[in-house]
Design a protein around this ligand. Structure first.
Ligand code: CP
Length: 299
């Protein structure tokens, strides 16, 4: 039995294999999944935070592969009556499930679930620390564009401090030796990412860069900062003019996008934007992860 809790669980070969499988499934669809390889498998979804992309693509992946989804809605679950997360997971452990797909705002919930359950746990985004399937999706998107990941120069701009996407992507790209810079105002400078160059000035990280990833301002996590969003976007909002001026090849964003804050209105539709490609590839990465864990028993 295998879980997918964090990127540090994977080595380079495993990452390459997951992306190869995801790309093959995508390329040969619907032929690639016509035998419903996960028919008869039961996957529980527990999404304790909102999600469009991750939840829908796990749902599509299960549907395409023939697995049943048992979706526990937090709003109509007994958590609203005060049942703790730990007791909810103990309750889930009583069912004949083949996997739990979990999203939570608490960093450690994924480990609590793993320690209680005797079936696999797949991280669909935990707290501010880890979002492994998003990082794999982003890497697949770059590889698909012919980007050499070993030679990649990428800058990540925005709320790095609260970004599980940034942390997982940095861990993943470090396996391949990419050059990564991060850029944010002081209040979003991460305290835990020591070996990475941080800049406050956007112009500094845009020099000589192939790919720019900008991050969502996560209003739900930053109330205490009392941020002036106009000031933030004056300094950090990405525009078409910026992409062209600095010769950036591709713009990425994990979504959801705050247009007019971290990226300009309409920029999602720019020819340099990979944002909808990232969404598209999410389904195939989640298919590959589910097949490896549920069918092959390992990543
Ligand atoms: N990127 C991402 O996790 O998006 P959702 O919150 O919509 O799933």
């Amino acid at each position: 039995m295998d879980n997918l809790l964090n990127i540090d669980r994977l080595n380079k070969t495993q990452v390459e294999d997951i992306i190869y499988l995801a790309s093959s499934l995508k390329k040969d669809f619907p032929h690639s999944t016509k035998d419903s390889p996960l028919k008869g498998k039961n996957v529980i979804f527990l999404f304790l935070e909102s999600s469009t992309r991750t939840k829908t693509s796990f749902n599509f992946a299960c549907s395409i592969l023939g697995a049943n989804v048992i979706d526990i809605s937090p709003k109509s679950s007994s958590m609203t009556k005060g049942e703790t997360f730990e007791n909810t997971i103990k309750t889930i452990s009583s069912y004949p499930a083949d996997a739990l797909v979990l999203r939570s705002n608490e960093n450690n919930d994924i480990n609590i679930a793993k320690n209680i359950l005797d079936f696999p746990v797949i991280n669909a985004g935990s707290g501010t620390k880890s979002h492994p399937t998003q990082a794999l999706t982003d890497l697949m998107t770059l590889i698909e564009k012919g980007v050499s990941i070993e030679k990649l120069k990428i800058s990540i701009v925005g709320d790095i401090e609260h970004s599980r996407v940034a942390r997982s992507l940095i861990e993943l790209l470090n396996l391949f030796g990419s050059i990564i810079n991060i850029c944010s105002p002081k209040y979003f400078k991460p305290t835990d990412l020591k070996n990475i160059s941080h800049f406050e000035d956007l112009n500094q990280v845009l020099k000589n860069v192939d790919v720019l990833m900008t991050l969502r301002i996560q209003r739900e996590r930053i109330e205490k900062y009392k941020i002036n969003f106009n000031e933030y976007s004056d300094k950090y909002m990405i525009t078409e003019k910026i992409l062209n001026e600095f010769n950036v090849s591709y713009l990425m964003h994990p979504g959801p996008v705050n247009e007019g804050i971290e990226i300009d209105r309409g920029l999602q539709d720019s020819s340099k934007s990979l944002i909808l490609e990232q969404v598209k590839n999410g389904t195939w990465i989640r298919c590959a992860v589910l097949i490896n864990i549920l069918l092959n028993g390992k990543l």
